[in-house]
Design a protein around this ligand. Structure first.
Ligand code: HEC
Ligand code: HEC
Length: 222
């Protein structure tokens, strides 16, 4: 079967599917639920999804599921590429249930889970960034004041200071996406998500932009 034909045939399916999922996610977030552990519109990391859902079969290798850590099996799968594997995981194949049998998972969460499975098995994929915007998004400034300023105001443990372009520019040289990912995962003295469990990827992006621009770009023109 031609991979290309198969891929294109399913593209519109994936697109409608994604919109539907976003609609469902937005519709099910009631105001009172907003303070729950998972912020509205935030998506779980690949590790969280795998630990909660996929590990059940991909840990022990149930019904022939490629095991986590099986470099040969996942190396072969990885060569098919993330979008192709995501399509298959969404639709299901033989004993692999559609969506890993959890329909609360967004497409991005499935992509992240696959990325994590591949990376636990010798791969070096980069976890995709969330495309969901929460219904009520806090501004970058609000996030920074609530959390990031604790370390980034004074430059604690080498944290790049707010508004210190010389400190930020080298970190941003490979693009904003890379730093957003870095802030999601954390490293060194920088805790994952700055230690703010419910901050969404979109909010992190705005917070970083704010820390970069503070004192340089008037707030209104941002
Ligand atoms: C109920 C058991 C089960 C669960 C839960 C499950 N899988 Fe699977 N998965 C399988 C089995 C079995 C296969 C092997 C299917 C085959 O090729 O026959 C598989 C295969 C796959 C494949 C390879 C598809 C291909 O191209 O052959 C991917 C990717 C995958 N699973 C991802 C996931 C992700 C991501 C999750 C969690 C969100 C998940 N699976 C949860 C059983 C499961
Ligand atoms: C507990 C202290 C602490 C808090 C809170 C904190 N950071 Fe950091 N952050 C650091 C330190 C330390 C570094 C430098 C780490 C390094 O490069 O080794 C850093 C680095 C970063 C970087 C650069 C990453 C890179 O790859 O160069 C970004 C982006 C960042 N922080 C964003 C944030 C955001 C956004 C918040 C608030 C949601 C936040 N941080 C909260 C301590 C903190």
């Amino acid at each position: 079967m031609s991979d290309k034909a198969c891929g294109e045939g399913n593209l519109s399916f994936i697109k409608t599917h994604r919109l539907l999922l976003i609609a469902v996610v937005l519709a099910t977030v009631a105001p009172g639920v907003a303070q729950a552990a998972q912020a509205p519109g935030s998506e779980r990391s690949g590790k969280e999804v795998v630990d909660a859902v996929c590990i059940r079969c991909h840990g022990p290798g149930t019904s022939g599921a490629p095991k986590i850590g099986d470099k040969v099996a996942w190396g072969k799968l990885a060569s098919e590429g993330l979008s192709s594997l995501t399509e298959i995981a969404l639709k299901g194949i033989r004993q692999m249930p559609p969506h890993g049998a959890d329909f609360t998972l967004t497409d991005t969460e499935i992509e992240r889970a696959i990325t994590y499975l591949v990376n636990q098995s010798g791969g070096k994929w980069v976890e995709p960034i969330s495309r969901i915007k929460p219904p009520v998004q806090r501004t970058g400034e609000q996030i920074v004041q609530a959390r990031c300023s604790k370390c980034h105001e004074k430059g604690l443990n080498g944290a790049p200071k707010i508004g210190d372009r010389d400190a930020w520019i080298p970190r941003l040289k490979d693009g904003l996406d890379r730093v957003v990912r870095s802030a999601i995962n954390g490293h060194g003295g920088m805790p994952a998500r700055g230690g703010m469990a419910n901050v969404t990827d979109a909010e992190l992006r705005d917070a970083i932009t704010y820390m970069f621009n503070k004192g340089h770009v008037p707030e209104k023109t941002r």
